[in-house]
Design a protein. Structure first.
Length: 321
């Protein structure tokens, strides 16, 4: 069995590696050669923690396995990240456990890779201003990934807690792109691409704040009840997602569906855009919205990439099991 420890992921796996892996698995999902199994997520009744499993199988990439982990809100006191996860990969020929891979950094990378894939395929080619809504741990990964997809000339950002924005500004400075903290009206009026990455349960952005031609990557809503943008904005946009079943149940689309403003048939899997089955952006003035709910197959794809890179570079730990 191969072990790729959390400490090795940063040296092994790049954002580019993850964008490639996620793009391929989205295509497999659209072509029905890959599917996610039902998600398990439960409060364990200890340390206020949530624990669960995301799993699936990709027949094209031969990735079979699960990610186990969850959210421990008290970990900051222990100098640990709140999100903890591990990916287990199994041999689809025999069912034996093939690899155990640290999943914390990979989760951040694959989430950023998903929004990057949406920008790559849906944002206008002449997009110049990137808007960031949210400035938590995941925001820096999102910013780095987005900057690889378009030659953004400026970043405008907003956060519930403005005191967190300087950390995101430091990343922008490192990437040599101007950064400005703005209000939501100005952000919506200037940004050509907007990434939302918050844990909000109330809509932050409204339809009237978004200009024509904007691409939105809504990445924070992954639980029933969460919401980052107004349902009217979702209904107005051309909709894309990683998996429709999750988008309508735990994603940003859940609220518009519940109100009868959209139907599942109105949402397109982004894998079908990547492989040419469905059109993506069809006009410069179109508002496109990617509902990134996060699926287990993303985790398996990037973990499998990590294993391949670890073996190629002699960094994998192999043990008898």
């Amino acid at each position: 069995m191969i072990i790729v420890p959390e400490s090795a992921i940063g040296e092994l796996v790049s954002l580019e590696d993850c964008v490639d892996a996620v793009e391929k698995v989205f295509v497999s999902m659209a072509e029905r050669s890959a599917h996610n199994f039902p998600v398990v997520r439960e409060a364990i009744g200890y340390q206020d923690a949530l624990f669960g499993f995301k799993s699936g199988f990709d027949r094209e990439g031969l990735a079979l396995g699960l990610k186990a982990g969850g959210f421990w809100p008290n970990n900051a006191d222990k100098r640990l990240t709140n999100h903890q996860s591990t990916v287990f990969l199994f041999d689809p020929e025999t069912g034996r456990c093939r690899a155990v891979v640290g999943g914390n950094l990979l989760t951040a990378l694959r989430t950023a890779a998903a929004s990057a894939v949406s920008i790559k395929h849906l944002a206008r080619r002449d997009a110049k201003v990137l808007g960031m809504v949210g400035a938590g741990h995941q925001a820096s990964f999102q910013l780095r990934a987005a900057m690889q997809q378009r030659p953004f000339e400026k970043v405008v950002a907003w956060n519930y807690h403005p005191e967190m924005l300087p950390k995101l500004a430091a990343v922008a400075q490192e990437l040599a792109v101007p950064f400005e903290a703005v209000d939501l009206d100005r952000l919506g009026g200037e940004a050509d691409v907007i990434i939302t990455i918050t844990s909000s349960f109330q809509p932050i952005l409204k339809a009237l704040q978004i200009k024509p031609g904007t691409h939105m990557a809504c990445m924070g809503t992954d639980t029933k009840g969460k919401q980052e943008v107004d349902a009217a904005l979702v209904a107005e946009a051309t909709l894309f997602t990683d998996e429709i079943a999750q988008a309508i149940s735990i994603g940003e689309c859940q609220h518009a569906v519940a109100r009868g403003m959209i139907a599942p048939i109105d949402i397109v899997e982004i894998g079908a855009v990547i492989n040419g089955q469905q059109p993506g952006r069809t006009s410069p003035d179109q508002i496109t919205l990617f509902d990134g709910t996060g699926v287990g197959l993303q985790d398996l794809a990037v973990a499998q990439a990590a294993v391949g890179l670890a073996l190629a570079r002699g960094m994998a730990v192999e043990v008898d099991f």
